[in-house]
Design a protein around this ligand. Structure first.
Ligand code: DHB
Length: 318
């Protein structure tokens, strides 16, 4: 019994060591994170994801003022993923203060996703987020269908540089920049963000897309255009992460189509130090976090890797 207990404890210690990762100064017990936009409005829904085993969570993007978002329909299911245009609905950053207080007790890193319509607004929202105890902020400069606040920034390295620089100057919590794949050269944009002071890069946000109903000839989303997520975008995420990895030294958080451990490993082999999961939660529930983590651990163990670091970016050796 005592011997069993020793081996159990030893295995547990090795597993804990294998799965731990540090991204932008944040210590994660495992490399899975909740992606922004899913279950991220309230403290309660974020707590569900934390209880399900996520190593960190990212909130729905918050702005300075409350926003109701677009009219319905805001989500369309396609053959290969979800198409959504919610219109960044959120209660405004100040309304997240109470939720934050509850979440801080969990000890799991809470990353506040923010957006802004101007440089000044980005700085104000970032300051509010830092003040309420966010462990890091993720700049959403990549929403594919919001005028002036989204991908227009993430496509323009000069504008992005200025925002990252000023936000970094204003707060002393880590700043993560979430990039859009809807650009000619994502590595160049990532390099600009890193040069401006970004502590990590999230690659990628959704891809601008559209669906049309054949009988009525109507675009299915009320906003016409939306962001495509899920299995369809995984190969795009892998390519973007691979490209970005070659151009920067700060860590990459992979995002795009992760639904099982193999997807997560693939993004890590391309260069991601952690992975975000979003759309898969809609199909598999929050249990996806523990199943992906268990699968990553079994893979590391089977392949003889002592930790995640040994795996990150390994595809570049070929
Ligand atoms: C929305 C925001 C995003 O950043 C995205 O990728 C897709 C949709 C939204 O709130 O509409």
């Amino acid at each position: 019994m005592a011997v069993d207990n020793f081996y159990y404890k030893e295995e547990k210690r090795k597993m804990t060591e294998r799965l731990a990762t540090t991204v932008a100064g944040l210590k994660l017990a495992n490399p899975t994170m909740l992606a922004s936009g899913i279950l991220g409005y309230t403290g309660l829904s974020l707590k569900t994801v934390i209880d399900a085993g996520a190593g960190a969570v990212v909130t729905k993007s918050m702005g300075l003022e409350p926003r109701t978002g677009y009219p319905n329909p805001t989500v369309v299911q396609t053959d290969c993923g979800l198409l959504n245009a919610m219109g960044l609905p959120n209660p405004g950053i100040s309304h997240f203060k109470e939720e934050m207080k509850q979440l801080k007790r969990t000890g799991v890193p809470i990353i506040l996703s923010i957006y802004g319509y101007s440089l000044e607004e980005f700085v104000k929202v970032a300051e509010a987020a830092a003040e309420m105890g966010a462990d890091a902020i993720e700049l959403n400069v990549s929403c594919p269908h919001i005028e002036r606040a989204g991908a227009e920034i993430g496509c323009d390295s000069t504008l992005l540089t200025e925002i990252v620089k000023q936000v970094k100057k204003a707060i002393n919590v880590p700043v993560i920049v979430k990039l859009t794949p809807n650009v000619t050269n994502i590595a160049e944009i990532a390099k600009a963000a890193e040069k401006a002071g970004a502590d990590a890069i999230t690659a990628i946000n959704t891809i601008k897309a559209m669906s049309i109903e054949t009988e009525t000839a109507r675009p299915l989303l009320a906003n016409k255009f939306g962001g495509l997520s899920g299995p369809a975008i995984k190969p795009i995420a892998v390519r973007c992460i691979y490209d970005v990895y070659k151009s920067i030294d700060v860590p990459i958080i992979g995002c795009g189509g992760v639904a099982n451990w193999r997807d997560a490993i693939e993004l890590m082999l391309a260069g991601a130090s952690a992975v975000q999961i979003g759309t898969a939660i809609a199909f598999k529930g929050p249990e996806v976090f523990s199943s992906v983590t268990a699968g990553i651990d079994a893979y590391l163990n089977r392949k003889g890797f002592k930790n995640l670091k040994e795996l990150v970016g390994l595809a570049h050796n070929h």
